[in-house]
Ligand binder design. Structure first.
Ligand SMILES: C[S@@+](CC[C@H](N)C(=O)[O-])C[C@H]1O[C@@H](n2cnc3c(N)ncnc32)[C@H](O)[C@@H]1O
Length: 266
């Protein structure tokens, strides 16, 4: 895989970390005080009992969600490409005196760094678009699970990702293509005013591109859901429709904003 793409994205995510830690979006001070639960209702329902279970969090950013699972009693390990994200995750872990491991690597190299197998592999919200090919990703997930272990993902739906959130147009591909999309971004979803201008490389993935490699690795489908709302207010032009429900304002018809997939290693 092309290192230039990963190096660029790593530099981008390194620059985002401090802005995100300081942002209202992530509510880090409230999280530290135990006043903010960053895990949303969907994943809390999807993984209702993590107490005593080992949990691998892929693409954990600066570790807030990972440590939220630790607070619920899971034995957690987080992986992320961004060295600044992982340094911040370790600082946060130490400050909160929680038990967690954090590993700085590309998700595709996870098995070079972590030999343990887990009861649960978890990943969420804004992860697969950074990955060029989901076949090796599915292999990492399978190899990271104990037999009988659970893979859980909740993610922005490919149908939502086809829209330009500023002007509502259908603007992006549904299916993956050989070359990534290349953008120059300004600001971040968590801080629109961040003094950040950076290139990024992303890939589209259809639902079948997501599910089929996991099935081909022998994972068994337990549940699959699509939701007509986002539970994060993380795109422009979402309107609030109740707690943890944000609906895209630009189209007349209902369409899926999130999907959720739970699978078991046989
Ligand atoms: C949108 S964030 C994940 C969001 C997470 N749900 C949160 O809000 O904390 C995406 C994460 O993927 C990481 N990432 C991007 N490409 C990666 C790769 N190839 N391997 C591992 N992590 C990667 C980024 O560093 C970033 O921390």
């Amino acid at each position: 895989m092309n290192n230039h793409y990963f190096d660029t994205n790593k530099s981008l995510w390194n620059q985002k970390v401090d802005y995100h830690k300081a942002s209202d979006f992530y509510e880090l001070d409230n999280f530290k005080k135990g006043l903010f639960q960053p895990l949303r209702d969907i994943e809390l329902r999807g993984l209702p009992d993590v107490r005593g279970k080992s949990l691998l969090h892929l693409q954990c950013h600066f570790g807030q969600d990972t440590l939220a699972w630790a607070r619920l009693g899971a034995k957690v390990t987080g992986v992320d490409l961004s060295n600044k994200g992982i340094e911040s995750a370790r600082q946060l872990r130490d400050e909160l005196k929680l038990d967690a491991k954090f590993v700085n690597c590309n998700v595709f190299d996870t098995r070079k760094h972590i030999q343990e197998q887990f009861d649960i592999v978890f990943t969420s919200y804004g992860v697969i678009g950074w990955l060029p090919d989901l076949k090796p990703w599915a292999k990492v997930i399978k190899e990271s699970l104990k037999p009988g272990g659970t893979f859980y993902i909740v993610e922005f739906h490919p149908a939502l990702m086809m829209h330009d959130h500023e002007n509502y147009d259908l603007q992006f591909h549904y299916f993956n293509r050989p070359e990534p999309d290349e953008y120059l971004i300004e600001g971040t979803y968590a801080d629109k005013n961040a003094n950040l201008q950076h290139k990024e490389f992303t890939w589209s993935h259809s639902l079948s591109e997501i599910i089929t490699p996991l099935i081909n690795e022998g994972l068994i489908l337990e549940s699959f859901n699509e939701y007509p709302y986002c539970n994060w207010n993380c795109f422009p032009n979402l309107r609030t429709e109740g707690e943890q429900r944000f609906v895209y304002n630009g189209v007349k018809f209902s369409f899926p904003h999130l999907f959720e997939l739970k699978m078991r290693r046989g």
